[in-house]
Design a protein around this ligand. Structure first.
Ligand code: NAP
Length: 533
């Protein structure tokens, strides 16, 4: 069997991100459509794979105009299991030509999908929701297989993802316009809200299904059609969700999925005048590139980017609530969420007590393959992610920080890292200003409320923040002073489909979830009816 490297720039990106595989892209390997390659897997995962292969949810093609499609030049990409490093399957490695065809299909489908009544669109979305819920276990297993999070957490993500579809199935029926009081007796002013058109959706690997439905559901509810580009690291969940959209009766071309060369796909989406908006969730660096690229066609962009969430524990906090909330805000998804607590600021009066209770709780977190019973922390997504965590921890320790728990790669090897707490962290250490995206909680000591607010706001990010206090007055004062799109007060888990998610400053533009999430996909049209007398 010959394995041919075919895309140097993308191979370099994969190598840089920690996948040192000699078999990343090929145009000559045998193709395994819609199957997980069981023969290469460990026994636990193998049993799951056999079950999934029979579920009809494993798709290994892109979806263009309702047809499962290979890359036009036959190139493929291996999908890996981060817990074992094994190859799960291969998917097409597409680029600009496939993206242009997906855009054309979406444009064609837009003509009829946008003309359906809101009730019709709502019914199909509701059916899609029902299918996601009835397949939540299999979908959760696919998430764990390609992303690594514990299967219970993965099933939770599927339910959360499905909730967006249910919510927007309902919102579809509430896209109200306005009538504005006239300024002259012979004229009337009407405001129509209309679907913007074809939208390009680019999503990350950390929530392989929720980040997709949070965009697709409002887009479809408004009458838009979509071209989705999931992360190359987690394409299988996206494809399974797309398969269920077909089963729900969402017509061909309304949902398209292209996989592969991210910059080439991104460029095709940006260059197209048919694509009216790009909704992106991912790193701030790529978000900035897309925003600049959108200028050429004056495209709308909606950006959900990186964070640097402060979690502030005041002296008057309930320590149990603070420990539990900080654990949830920090360690969910092994610390790989945009709203993860990135810095834990603790007031001096409670610092030692909190540090003690928190590190004891952290030491009890079980690490392992997400399919194992009782595991709450899975692997990091790849070796580059582990290296980044190591570098940040080493930098902090070399500048005087003290390890209270963990601090090393896990004895399980692969990309597992010990749940870690570091004390005596200072603002000038890299870990205070860079997104950790791993299971490390840095503790910083502060004296006054003003100092805590200053430290918390002293960053270019502004996505999520958390405060723990028993004082109602302080809750309001600090929540209002924080320059963040989201504030959790005595609560570490803040994400729901009914509330707006999004950031201030360089954490993004626009909001997802809630009624505000619809606005990204609607145009406002003013109609002036004149000469009425
Ligand atoms: P990323 O590297 O920016 O990738 C995100 C998506 O963009 C992936 O689909 C990626 O494709 C694609 N992409 C990469 N380069 C591109 C380009 N030049 N043109 C078009 N698309 C491109 O981010 P990530 O590492 O996957 O995700 C982690 C980041 O996302 C963190 O910073 C996190 O905070 C942020 N995030 C934010 C939110 C939020 O709601 N604000 C939610 C989740 C994650 P490939 O993967 O195929 O390369």
């Amino acid at each position: 069997m010959s394995w041919t490297h075919v895309c140097v720039s993308t191979v370099c990106r994969r190598l840089a991100s920690g996948f040192i595989s000699p078999r990343i892209f090929t145009n000559s390997q045998p193709y395994y459509p819609s199957r997980i390659l069981c023969r290469q897997m460990g026994s636990d995962t193998k049993a799951i794979s056999v079950k999934l292969n029979g579920s009809g949810l494993i798709r290994s093609h892109g979806l263009i105009g309702g047809k499962w499609t290979e890359a036009y030049d036959g190139k493929t990409l291996e999908v890996l299991n981060p817990a074992t490093g094994e190859v799960i399957t291969t998917v097409p490695f597409m680029a600009g030509r496939e993206t242009n065809d997906a855009i054309a299909s979406a444009q064609e489908a837009f003509a009829s999908w946008s003309k359906l009544t809101a009730t019709e669109r709502s019914k199909r979305l509701r059916k899609w929701y029902d299918l996601l819920i009835s397949h939540k276990e299999e979908l959760g297993q696919i998430v764990t297989l390609e992303q690594g999070k514990p299967v219970k957490e993965a099933i939770g993500e599927v339910t959360y993802a499905a909730n967006f579809i249910e919510f927007y199935a309902e919102e579809a029926k509430r896209v109200y316009g306005d009538i504005i009081p006239t300024t002259s007796v012979d004229r009337r002013f009407f405001i129509l809200k209309q679907p913007i058109g074809v939208v390009g959706l680019i999503t990350p690997w950390n929530f392989p299904i929720a980040m997709i439905t949070r965009k697709v559901a409002p887009a479809l509810a408004c009458g838009c059609t979509v071209v989705i580009k999931p992360s190359e690291l987690t394409p299988l969940t996206a494809l399974a969700a797309a398969e269920l959209s077909i089963q729900a009766g969402i017509p061909p071309g309304v949902v398209n999925v292209v996989l592969g060369d991210a910059p080439a796909i991104g460029e095709a989406l940006l260059a197209s005048t048919q694509v009216k908006t790009i909704s992106f969730t991912g790193s701030t660096a790529v978000g900035k590139k897309l925003m600049a690229g959108a200028a050429a066609t004056v495209k709308k962009v909606s950006l959900e980017l990186g964070g640097n969430a402060p979690c502030i524990v005041f002296d008057d906090a309930d320590i149990e609530v603070a420990v539990k909330g900080t654990l949830a805000a920090k360690f969910r998804n092994t610390g790989q969420t945009c709203i993860c607590a990135n810095r834990v600021l603790v007031q001096e009066g409670i610092y030692d007590k909190f540090a003690d209770a928190f590190s004891n709780a952290v030491k009890s977190l079980k690490v392992g393959n997400g399919f194992e019973e009782g595991v709450v922390l899975g692997p990091l997504i790849n070796d580059a992610a582990v290296q980044k965590v190591e570098t940040l921890v080493q930098d902090a320790v070399s500048k005087g920080a003290k390890i209270l728990a963990g601090g090393n790669r896990h004895s399980l090897g692969m990309t597992f890292y010990e749940p870690t707490v570091i004390a005596d962290v200072k603002c000038e250490m890299r870990i205070s200003s860079e997104e950790v995206f791993g299971p490390v909680a840095p503790l910083l000591k502060f004296k006054t409320e003003e100092e805590a607010i200053h430290i918390a706001n002293d960053t270019t990010a502004g996505l999520a923040s958390y405060i723990f206090t028993r004082s109602v007055q302080r809750s309001w004062r600090v929540a209002e002073a924080l320059e963040y799109g989201i504030v959790g007060v005595n609560e570490g888990l803040v994400s729901t489909e009914v509330t707006p998610h999004g950031g201030m400053k360089q954490s993004g533009l626009g909001r997802e979830g809630s009624k505000y999430g619809m606005e990204e996909y609607l145009e406002i049209k003013y109609v002036c009816l004149g000469n009425l007398i």
